[in-house]
Design a protein around this ligand. Structure first.
Ligand code: TXA
Ligand code: MG
Length: 363
């Protein structure tokens, strides 16, 4: 399968999924849409196929993959019996952008998927193409985001092609993804009573809290703290050993150097404009990452709005495309406006911080 277009019509869609399923069954790797971002999938039980995902992405081998399932029977084959908290999460949020780390059933998926851990991260995506692909192939699909390691995740098929053309066996194109940021990853706490957020994402902290207790040491609380600790300083090491291996790697980074500006909105705008003016005097090509409401205030070489401040979901949807667009224009220095830390804003701030290499300016 070179490339299968899904948008064209239902009949073609069925063909595309059927072809992609055959590729998966034969040890190939295929990019496909989910409701969060495009994933790069392989049969999770096939070590050779999973190995090819790491090669195609240039991904460090100690970073485990999420296994995507389409029905609960598949889950029981992959994980050991789990408790009430996990059940409540599945009932409320699956299919959907929530990944749950559970004890793995030995030998059920390739050790390359779990990177040797005794746990496995599982989710049921809320996307008809992804669900059909899993069902038709009959495979639990191991899939990281379908980008080269370190690049912003792909929210359109064109982003996958940009990064992975010639390195994968197929691409199912269903247009832009809905959420635009990756799934929330949680683990169950040692006492089995609560969850710890390992990666904020498509399911908001507030929504999780309606269903289960969330431990306060979760990563979502740490962005503001990190900003306070590191204001004005260059990127440092991330604090203590991360519980989710993926969180320690540089991520989502545009090629230009980015800084995240945090504070009262008017002061943020003034500071960003000052920084841009100074950089332009140094002869640098400048970029500002803002929101539709504030975009008219800036003078820079490239001003991009990820979405609207009054609907942060739209900013989540547009973030990765905007980060990629700065690269297209060859922007060398970028200043990004922080957003309120509520709802999807937690995940947005997490990705903005990472894209900025944890370089903050607090005004
Ligand atoms: O929305 C998403 O989650 C997308 C789509 C394709 O489903 N996938 C995705 O995968 O973002 P990836 O590989 O880019 O991120 C997986 C995250 C990493 O931070 C990884 O360290 C963590 O999940 N993870 C995987 N298995 C784990 C485990 N057993 N324990 C703790 N963290 C785990
Ligand atoms: Mg990723």
């Amino acid at each position: 399968v070179e490339k299968a277009e899904l948008a064209a019509g239902a009949e073609e869609a069925v063909t595309a999924i059927g072809e992609a399923a055959v590729v998966l069954q034969n040890g190939g790797i295929v990019a496909f849409p989910t409701e969060t971002v495009y994933g790069l999938g392989a049969d999770a039980r096939d070590t050779g196929a999973v190995e090819r995902i790491f090669q195609a992405k240039g991904r460090p081998s100690d970073n485990p993959l999420i296994v995507h399932i389409a029905e609960m029977e598949q889950l029981e084959q992959i994980v050991l019996p789990y408790g009430e908290v996990a059940k409540r999460l599945m009932l409320r949020f699956w299919p959907g952008p929530l990944t749950i780390v559970l004890p793995a059933r030995e030998g059920a998926v390739s050790p390359r998927v779990t990177a040797g851990l005794d746990t496995v991260a599982v989710r049921m995506p809320d996307h008809v193409t992804a669900l059909r692909l899993i069902a038709v192939s009959g495979c639990p699909i191991a899939a990281p985001s379908a980008n080269r390691s370190g690049r912003p995740s792909p929210t359109r098929a064109a982003h996958v092609e940009e990064d992975l053309a010639g390195r994968i066996d197929g691409l199912v194109d269903s247009g832009p993804t809905g959420v635009g940021l990756e799934s929330t990853v949680v683990e169950i706490t040692e006492d089995g009573e609560a969850v710890r957020i390992l990666r904020p994402g498509g399911i908001a902290l507030e929504a999780l809290r309606e269903v289960v207790p969330v431990t306060p040491d979760s990563t979502v609380e740490s962005v503001e703290q990190a900003a306070a600790d590191k204001s004005g300083s260059p990127a440092g090491q991330e604090a203590s050993a991360p519980r989710s291996p993926g969180m320690k790697y540089a991520h989502y980074a545009p090629q230009g150097a980015m800084q995240l500006v945090i504070g009262e909105p008017a002061a943020v705008r003034a500071r960003i404009q000052d920084e841009v003016d100074a950089a332009q005097r140094r002869g640098e090509k400048t970029g500002v990452l803002t929101y539709t409401e504030h975009a008219p205030y800036y003078r820079a070489d490239v001003v991009l709005a990820s979405g609207s401040l009054t609907r942060l979901e739209s900013a989540a949807q547009g973030l990765y495309a905007a980060l990629r667009e700065f690269d297209t224009h060859g922007v060398q220095a970028i200043w990004a406006e922080a957003c309120p830390q509520e709802g999807i804003g937690h995940a947005l701030m997490n990705r903005l911080s990472k894209a900025a290499g944890h370089r903050f300016i607090r005004v």
